[in-house]
Each structure stands twice: as C-alpha cells, then as structure tokens.
Design a protein around this ligand. Structure first.
Ligand code: PLP
Length: 399
C-alpha cells in the first residue's frame, strides 16, 4: 500500500456532498467572476487570519506580485527575501522589475536569519518578504521592528502557513500585507489555482481590488494599469466549504507531527524544531539526513512518497544566478538543500501510516523506533535531538 505524500482525493471524499452543492450553486447562478462567494470567502478568511481585509487573487505568486505593486515597488528597488523558499517568491519580485536580495536562513527553522538582515539593506531596499517556510512563521517580532526602523514595507509570504501563529498573531497579519496560496496541496487548497492578500490597510485593500480587476475602480473607470488576476467564484465556493474544516485539519497535522517526533526521536534524523511562541501548522514535515538521496530511494522502495523542499537555494538556480546574497556563500541554505527531505504529511495521514514511515526510516538508518506517549502525555518536540544529530549545523554555524 502506497503512503501518499498528500491525499487530496481522500479529503474530497470527506466533503463530497457539501462540495457538489457549492459547485452546483455557482453553475446555477452563473456568477463565475467576482460572485458573492468571493466576497463571503474573503471576509471569512480575513477573520480567520485576524486581518481586516482580504482580496482574493488568481494564485499565490500573483498575491505577492500584486502586494508589491500595491506598494509601488518596482524597477530600481531591492526586496530582501529568504534564500530557502519556493521559486515563486523570487519570481514575484522579478516580475515587478525589482531585484531580490537573498539572505541565508537560520539552521534551526530554515527561515530567514534575522541576524543577517541588516547586512542586506542598501539605500535601494524598499521591502522585506519573510517566508513562513514549512508552516512555521519567521521571527516576526524582530522583523516587524526592523521594517519599522528601516522604513521598509513588510510583506509576508504565508503560502505555507495558513493559521500559523507567532505570539498572539496569525500569519499574514503582522506586516503591511500577507500573501497566501490556495494551490491544491497547500493547507487550505482550492481545486485549481487561487490566492489571497490579507491586510489591515484599507487603502491597500482598495488598490488591490482595482489592480486584480484590470485597474477598474468601478465598471469602465480605469484608474491605473491593472491585471486580470481575480480569484474565481468557483474556487471561492470550494474554499468556503473547506475553511470551516481548516482548524481540525491543522490539529491533525500537528498530531501526526508529534507522533513522528516521538517515533523518530532516536532514528538519527534531525527533526523539525517547533520554536517557542509559535504555532507550527506543518504544511511540510521536513527532516535532515546526511545520506538524503539514499534514504529517499529506500523510502520509495517501500512505497512511501517523499519530497525535497527545496533541492536548490533560489539564487543558485539559473534565473536568479548572480543575485546579491548575504552572506555570498549562503552556507546554511546550501548545506540544508543537500540534507533535507519531506516525509508524508497531510490531515488524512493516519497514525498507522506514520508508524510505517518511521519503521522504514529506522530500517535504513539503523535507529530505533520510539514509543508513542499516551494521548494526553507530554510529547517531545524533537528539539533536544537536533544539536547532537547535526554537528555541521550546530548553533555555532549560525551565530
Ligand atoms: C506555493 C508557494 C507560492 C506560490 O503560490 P502559487 O499559488 O503556486 O502561485 C509562493 N511561495 C511559497 C513559499 C509557496 O509555497
């Protein structure tokens, strides 16, 4: 039996009746573009994020691009972001004509290293885009203060972090704008492409509504050069069905992550670290092993699907070769890219499947499969295991 990396078909079966009804309603009303479901979903998602406004767009990449445009960031400007992210973050920066400046990540959470961001600032720096990678927010208290002190626009790439928290606040609500993707495999996924920008700034929300709709303030009143990048009514209706389930799904992800942490505590893998004051939503459960490629082959031979997020730091890909990097060699991002693998993780994953994965990992590493503590027991978060298992990525390498 294959253990899938994500199980979208299984999720559909949970929701089938509700989903058929929602989709039928859109087709019956034929309100395919900017129908009432878009508005309704936007309001619900803004509230979920703890933000005042939400503007649905066509996908997560557009969300970042339009957030940059709404803040007039373009040619001649520099935008600081993380070296370890999905290509789309950097593509959005390039698409507005700005230049991405890539900062290395912290070994502990693979998010932008806030100790390095000051070095990345130049007189041309206009914005900073931290990425809440794998479902855990970047160090937002530091980043908010830094953006304020340096007069920078702060745009969160929260494409992997629906419902993630840092302190009291949710991903997307810290900065000037928070960008989400509803790509099918994301924690909240459409049945096709979708995205959204959330913001507390009314003027920015208004401008985003124009920009996504050909630059129209109202029908045939074109105020600025706009784009066609709206969220479909159909996708909004699908997302309306899914949003009420998101908290339950997130808790399922967190439970499976705890089980992985316990079962893999003595496996020889470096496990994800959940930092203090964070709610990690485990979009991905990313572990490290020095023989990553051989371990992946072994897991695949046992019908376990795995991934690598991501095998190449963005500035080491051809489209971004020669970009400014801080520090130039990106030692942590480069080392992580060779060691990381993502184990199966989705709300439909079962404890039994987690045990099979842990067994197959230990079969390869020679480690011992750990014990699951009873449901109300105190779970280890895997942090204690990390320093010993990852000598070359110890805290010394980051500080
Ligand atoms: C998925 C993703 C995006 C892009 O979202 P799309 O909807 O695929 O355009 C951007 N940034 C990160 C970190 C992502 O994971």
């Amino acid at each position: 039996m294959t253990i899938p990396f994500v199980d979208l078909a299984g999720q559909y079966q949970e929701l089938r009746d509700e989903m058929m009804h929602a989709v039928d309603t859109v087709m019956t009303k034929a309100n395919f573009i900017l129908g009432n479901q878009v508005d309704e979903f936007e309001n619900a998602f803004a509230e979920y994020c703890g933000a005042k406004y939400c503007v649905g767009v066509a996908n997560g990449t557009d969300a970042i691009e339009m957030a940059l445009r709404a803040h007039d960031i373009g040619p001649g400007d520099e935008v600081i972001t993380s070296a370890n992210t999905f290509m789309a973050t950097a593509i959005a920066i390039a698409k507005v004509g700005a230049e991405a400046v890539f900062v290395d990540v912290a070994a502990v959470d693979a998010n932008i290293d806030v100790n390095l961001i000051a070095e990345a600032v130049s007189p041309r720096t206009k914005a900073i885009i931290p990425v809440h990678l794998y479902g855990q927010t970047a160090e937002m208290d530091v980043l908010v203060e830094f953006a304020n002190d340096n007069n920078l626009v702060l745009i969160e790439d929260a494409a992997q972090a629906h419902g993630a928290e840092c302190g009291e606040l949710r991903a997307g609500s810290f900065g000037n704008a928070g960008c989400f993707s509803f790509y099918p495999g994301k924690n909240l996924g459409a049945y096709g492409d979708g995205g959204a920008v959330v913001t507390n700034d009314e003027k920015i929300a208004e401008r985003l509504r124009m920009i996504r709709n050909y630059g129209q303030r109202q029908k045939n009143v074109f105020e600025e050069l706009g784009y066609n990048c709206r969220l479909d009514t159909m996708q909004a209706a699908i997302l309306q069905v899914k949003l009420p389930h998101l908290e339950r799904w997130t808790e399922a992800r967190r439970s499976r992550a705890k089980e992985y942490n316990q079962l893999l505590a003595s496996s020889g893998l470096v496990l994800p670290t959940e930092l203090a004051e964070r709610r990690h939503v485990y979009h991905l459960y990313v572990v490290q092993h020095p023989e990553r490629d051989a371990l992946i082959s072994h897991l695949q031979s046992r019908d376990i699907q795995v991934g690598i997020h991501y095998p190449t730091p963005v500035p080491h890909t051809p489209p971004f070769a020669g970009s400014k990097c801080v520090p130039a060699e990106l030692p942590i991002a480069t080392a992580l890219a060779k060691r990381i693998l993502s184990l199966p993780m989705c709300p439909q994953l079962t404890t039994e499947q987690v045990k099979v994965v842990a067994g197959a990992v230990c079969e390869y590493t020679g480690g011992v499969v750990g014990e699951l503590t009873p449901v109300n027991g105190v779970a280890s978060n895997g942090a204690a295991n990390n320093a010993a298992a990852s000598p070359e990525l110890s805290s010394e390498a980051t500080s």
